[in-house]
Design a protein. Structure first.
Length: 342
């Protein structure tokens, strides 16, 4: 188990404060003697208790995961540490003042000091034990949330990939019988798209340039099917090409724009995909000049938008947002916003 020296220092300083408080309590009940006496003994005994217990726990292999030994060692360590620290701390205090606690004082006195030391040191040990245990449990909870987060993203990606693939294969099937040459061109773009998809599937995030490249292949496929009814523009500034984004983030928005915006319109229309930086936020916009949002009654609840919303929430939490608005009667704009990361 790797030692966190910053945490050790924090625990040591907290121990010193606790020792001063214990000395102050003792002095309040025995104000006939100097405050230096309980303070010195408290610092020696408390400091040694902290050192023996906090460093001693690293000697046990069973403490490697959660920081505390398992089984009998977990009970014996604080007991031996407290008693050992009392003996050594008392000897150190005796050396400081030049007397012997056990020979020069009544048995009831050092028994009382032993009781006070055991109670104070035991309380301090229990405090640090519960604090360390809480930190361990919080780290395990954070790890569990991270695993759940990754599993959720994988599920969303596994839903998106077949959805896009089935749509494209259906388009290809419809074109094979009517225009084999264009069907071959579509197949070439599909192969390029799937090759890029395979590379992207190895990581949940990839550069924005890769996302735009995949969109270009997809839009080329759709251009072959729709002909002059589909026109598109991809606008990606050079300084944003390496921004990390979730894979297949824009694909569902472009699919929705074609399916619900352009395909129902006889003369078709255009799609513009652009990326912009606004402060520490990135906004990606898909704008189409199709039938408009008023006639697109299924757009808000469509599969693609729901999946994009889920993925933004899973990755960015409240910092990720999606917006679907009608710019005018025959155009729709879908925008996603999330923090800027390289």
């Amino acid at each position: 188990m790797k030692i966190n020296w910053t945490t050790k220092l924090q625990y040591f300083l907290q121990t010193l404060v606790f020792c001063v408080l214990v000395a102050a309590i003792q002095y309040a009940f025995q104000s006939d003697r100097s405050f230096e006496i309980p303070l010195v003994y408290s610092l020696f005994i408390g400091g040694l208790t902290w050192a023996l217990v906090d460093f001693g726990r690293h000697l046990f292999a069973s403490s490697r995961e959660d920081g505390w030994p398992e089984g009998p060692a977990g009970l014996l360590l604080p007991l031996v540490g407290v008693l050992g620290a009392y003996v050594l701390g008392t000897l150190a205090g005796d050396g400081w003042f030049g007397w012997s606690t056990w020979s020069s004082r009544a048995p009831t006195h050092w028994r009382l000091t032993l009781l006070v030391s055991v109670l104070a040191s035991g309380s301090g040990t229990f405090y640090f034990y519960t604090k360390n245990k809480r930190s361990y449990l919080e780290s395990k909870m954070a790890e569990a949330r991270q695993h759940a987060h990754e599993a959720r993203l994988k599920l969303l990606e596994s839903q998106l990939e077949p959805h896009m693939l089935f749509n494209t294969l259906a388009n290809l099937q419809a074109l094979i019988g009517t225009d084999p040459q264009h069907a071959q061109e579509m197949l070439n773009h599909l192969i390029a798209y799937l090759r890029a998809t395979l590379r992207a599937s190895r990581a949940p995030m990839h550069p924005l340039q890769n996302e735009f490249d995949r969109l270009r292949d997809y839009l080329e496929i759709m251009s072959i099917r729709m002909g002059p009814r589909l026109r598109y523009t991809l606008d990606l500034p050079s300084h944003l090409t390496q921004v990390q984004v979730p894979t297949l983030l824009l694909q569902p928005l472009v699919e929705n724009a074609i399916k619900h915006g352009l395909e129902p319109k006889v003369q078709g229309g255009s799609i513009t995909v652009l990326a912009r930086q606004r402060g520490k936020q990135i906004t990606l916009t898909v704008h189409d000049t199709g039938v408009g949002l008023q006639q697109n009654c299924t757009g808000e609840d469509g599969f693609g938008l729901a999946q994009v919303r889920e993925r933004l929430s899973a990755i960015y939490g409240d910092q990720g947002a999606i917006e679907l608005v009608a710019d005018d009667t025959d155009s729709t704009r879908a925008s996603v916003t999330f923090p800027f990361k390289i």
